[in-house]
Design a protein around this ligand. Structure first.
Ligand SMILES: Nc1ncnc2c1ncn2[C@@H]1O[C@H](COP(=O)(O)OP(=O)(O)OP(=O)(O)O)[C@@H](O)[C@H]1O
Ligand SMILES: [Mg+2]
Length: 393
């Protein structure tokens, strides 16, 4: 079918043609904005779930709500690379400067905002030569928010911004994607600031998205973590998955036959990234001008699975060491999650601690997580199928 009209969007963080099945999360976001505008304490959502369920696009949608409300918004992403601490703080500072500069000029001239911008610029000077001081025309010698200790800095920064934010009736919101990979100091600083904000009624919010270990990681870094509104993002229901496939096609005058859509819903397991990949392949494979048939769907299952192997599974599998691959192969024998004790005997080990090096490294790489004590599970849906396919073929 005409690829120029292909509506499917397989890709990390690519907004889908229809953001289906996420009404509760979007409503939670609207509640945060409404409560904040009434000066009430609000708990922003922290989204967590498996790879490819749509956390990034949902986080972006929540940020779009905040932008629309005129808030100051900042987005950063946790990374696994070394020297990330400085990099992340620099990104945070740069993003703050950029978003403060985007404020409407009348706001910038008010006294409260002049003071706020001075703090922002001191913060950015402290984290690196950003060359923004002159542009903002402020005195960086005030010495606030430039201690180099993120826990003091972020909190001071926000506390100095509060009068200006309140004057404008807006909030500052930091959106952190892959929050499980944020370095402990920055994460702890953001959580502490959020905690202080809810105690003092500051209009500051921390939103986040990441893997299933996020609630645990946030609790480990800071004991205030229970104050967050954790929302688990899962696969779409069969009904929503069907609508994610059918409605973008219908908007282009294209329909699926019943067996075709059923097959694609089933093979996708309702996982948004899979839906987009199989939808995209079905569209590409279909010769007819306005209909996707069962045969087109079957062809899409074959080519889509190859695309998933290439884009999702293969690189992750390749990144693992031989010992880590052993552990993952043993895990793949279970359908969903694995008992650590089973893995120990399956691999001929004596104690669970014999597996801890491989286990910890795979958790750090974001390939597996512990859904419960003594349990392990893949973060990528259908990773077990992939591993079995590799070793059967
Ligand atoms: N609600 C939805 N309905 C339909 N498609 C969606 C939905 N949410 C996300 N998608 C699609 O799913 C894919 C993955 O989305 P996204 O990158 O947000 O997932 P993620 O959970 O952040 O993944 P990762 O853990 O790898 O970062 C994209 O192709 C996106 O277009
Ligand atoms: Mg993502």
């Amino acid at each position: 079918m005409d690829h120029s009209r292909n509506p499917y969007t397989p890709g990390a963080g690519t907004p889908p043609p229809a953001l289906v099945g996420r009404d509760d999360e979007l409503a939670a976001g609207r509640t945060v904005i409404a409560r904040t505008s009434r000066g009430r304490v609000a708990q922003p959502p922290i989204l967590y779930g498996l790879r490819g369920v749509g956390k990034t696009v949902l986080l972006k949608a929540l940020q779009a709500q905040a932008d629309k409300a005129g808030w100051l918004t900042v987005e950063i992403e946790g990374t696994q690379t070394a020297s990330q601490q400085d990099q992340t703080r620099q990104r945070l500072a740069r993003a703050l400067v950029t978003s403060a500069r985007a404020l409407t000029p009348p706001r910038r001239t008010s006294q409260a905002w002049q003071r706020a911008l001075a703090t922002i610029s001191a913060f950015s000077v402290a984290v690196g030569p950003l060359g923004m001081t002159a542009t903002l025309g402020v005195d960086p010698a005030r010495g606030r928010a430039d201690s180099g200790d993120p826990s003091i800095d972020v909190e001071e920064l926000v506390s100095d911004l509060v009068p200006a934010l309140k004057e404008s009736g807006i909030a500052l919101a930091v959106f952190v994607d892959e929050i499980q990979d944020l370095d402990a100091a920055t994460l702890s600083a953001l959580i502490a600031t959020q905690h202080r904000a809810s105690q003092k009624g500051w209009p500051f919010h921390l939103y986040g998205a990441g893997l299933p270990n996020v609630p645990g990681r946030m609790a480990e870094v800071h004991s205030y973590a229970e104050r967050f509104h954790f929302m688990r993002i899962g696969a779409l229901s069969a009904r929503d998955a069907r609508s994610a496939l059918e409605s973008p096609a219908a908007a282009e005058g294209v329909s699926f036959t019943e067996p075709a859509v059923e097959r694609l819903v089933q093979v996708s397991g309702g996982y948004p990234y899979f839906i987009q990949v199989y939808g995209d392949q079905a569209w590409r494979n279909a010769p007819g001008p306005s209909s996707i048939t069962y045969d087109d769907a079957l062809a899409a299952v074959t080519t889509g699975t190859a695309v998933l192997d290439e884009s999702l599974f293969h690189s992750r599998w390749d990144r693992a060491t031989p010992a880590q691959k052993h552990l993952m192969r043993a895990m793949a024998e279970d359908r969903s999650s694995s008992q650590l004790s089973d893995l120990v005997s399956r691999l001929g080990k004596r104690r669970p601690s014999d597996l801890s090096v491989a286990r910890d490294a795979l958790i750090k790489k974001g390939l597996i997580f512990a859904p419960d004590r003594g349990m392990l599970q893949f973060t990528v849906p259908h990773m077990d199928d992939y591993i079995r396919r590799q070793h059967e073929g």
